[in-house]
Ligand binder design. Sequence first.
Ligand SMILES: NC(=O)c1ccc[n+]([C@@H]2O[C@H](COP(=O)([O-])OP(=O)(O)OC[C@H]3O[C@@H](n4cnc5c(N)ncnc54)[C@H](OP(=O)(O)O)[C@@H]3O)[C@@H](O)[C@H]2O)c1
Length: 290
Amino acid sequence: MKQSIAIVGCGTTGTALGKLFVEIGYPIVGVASRRLESARRTAGLIGISNYSNDAVQITATADIVFITTPDVVIQSVCDAIAKQSGFKKGSFVFHCSGALSSEILASARQCGAHIGSLHPLQSFASVEQALQMVSGSTYTFEGDTEVLSLARELVKDIGADFIQIRAQDKPLYHAAAVVASNYLVTLVNLAIELNELIGISKKSSVKALLPLIRGTLNNVETLGIHKALTGPIVRGDIDTITSHIRAIKTRAPHFLPLYMALGNSAVSIAEAKGGLEEETIHGMRTLFAL
Ligand SMILES: NC(=O)c1ccc[n+]([C@@H]2O[C@H](COP(=O)([O-])OP(=O)(O)OC[C@H]3O[C@@H](n4cnc5c(N)ncnc54)[C@H](OP(=O)(O)O)[C@@H]3O)[C@@H](O)[C@H]2O)c1
């Protein structure tokens, strides 16, 4: 018999996890949210009858509690439950934030619970999309040693990959996720802005750039970072880079510092890949330092 789960915070992540846990055979003792309506909707979606707007009503008997509220209130929600002795002794309490350490759940330890953070390394826009993206995703754990084997088991049952990190590394870990996801969106937006300057509409730009972006990501997956880097930097084409810098200085000067910084990083990849003369590497570094 699998351990029972309570979910506090009935938004995208809480609802998707609830649905997932039911599908893989974990009994859900109940769901709670700030608004009763949200808890009722999630209970309906995952097919259970116990829901509440009072978290303690559902956490007190659960073996595992997931607090899936927004990051800013996880600690206060946990503290409020602990204050009412709402965690079972020996139970496991998780949050799903990528940025925050499990230590924000420290009050649950006063009830004899063990704590951890289990972060789905994914961008969930909706419950349906979250469920579709589980397989092949990675869940990142950090927390008490007593929680490790349970966290591993949950992730294995979900069908995702597991990694463990240290609490002090969470800000850097989360920064990496932001770079890979949020800044990718930002870079695409910048490319669209540059195209708009030469009269290509946003719609045409998105349509034209997406195959390039997908192809590049596919190359990262199948060939690795070094081989996936193509273009003027890896060819050591200083004339082309100079023409970019000149055009950006004139027509999109706000983009210049970022173009230079990213160019410098790309030179490091090209250098590690090998094949370029030392002089060419030096020439590109000088250009990007201007
Ligand atoms: N979405 C993602 O892409 C994603 C990915 C990885 C990790 N996460 C993490 O997952 C957690 C939840 O994020 P989310 O995007 O799923 O948030 P969300 O969709 O905004 O859901 C959070 C829910 O918590 C409820 N809530 C707010 N304050 C509460 C309180 N004081 N007590 C109880 N419930 C409360 C809200 O429901 P009502 O106010 O309607 O009751 C809201 O629907 C966060 O820690 C986030 O960092 C999210």
